[in-house]
Design a protein. Structure first.
Length: 145
């Protein structure tokens, strides 16, 4: 017998997928699904939503920081360039996925992936030499006071 928590997760997933099938052309339900895809942190739900026929939902999954790496890899091959673009601008996208997107056939996706990779590399360079930890920052602030 599943624990109450497992049962709740299972029901949430079932409910979301059921609503997705029923939504059809109903914009209100589609918007609700997009909101769920943007905020849910259950990997299995995000994996199922990544296979949804509606690109709005796949875009929301691509933008979700909790989307598992293997799902992001799947979305990197999505037919909708907007899904790939959102992945390319998401700093939670793994480096290997960004590198693949940097070679995308769509020039906008490729450029955005290259820009994200460059910013991530610059962020590491900026952090590395200074290495200021939170305690160091607090100490400096106290010294100024």
């Amino acid at each position: 017998m599943p624990s109450p928590r497992q049962a709740t997760r299972s029901n949430l997933k079932t409910d979301i997928l059921h609503i997705a099938r029923l939504s059809g052309r109903n914009r209100g339900l589609q918007n609700a699904l997009v909101k769920v895809a943007e905020t849910v942190n259950a990997p299995s739900v995000l994996a199922d939503l990544a296979n949804d026929a509606r690109s709005e939902i796949r875009r929301a999954v691509a933008d979700n920081v909790y989307t598992p790496c293997e799902v992001k890899l799947l979305l990197a091959n999505d037919n909708d360039p907007d899904v790939r673009f959102i992945l390319a601008e998401n700093y939670a996208t793994p480096m290997d996925v960004l590198q693949a997107l940097a070679e995308d056939d769509n020039p906008f996706v490729a450029f955005r992936a290259k820009s994200t990779l460059e910013r991530m590399r610059m962020g590491r360079l900026v952090k590395a030499p200074f290495g200021a930890s939170a305690s160091t920052v607090r100490h400096l602030r106290q010294a100024r006071s």
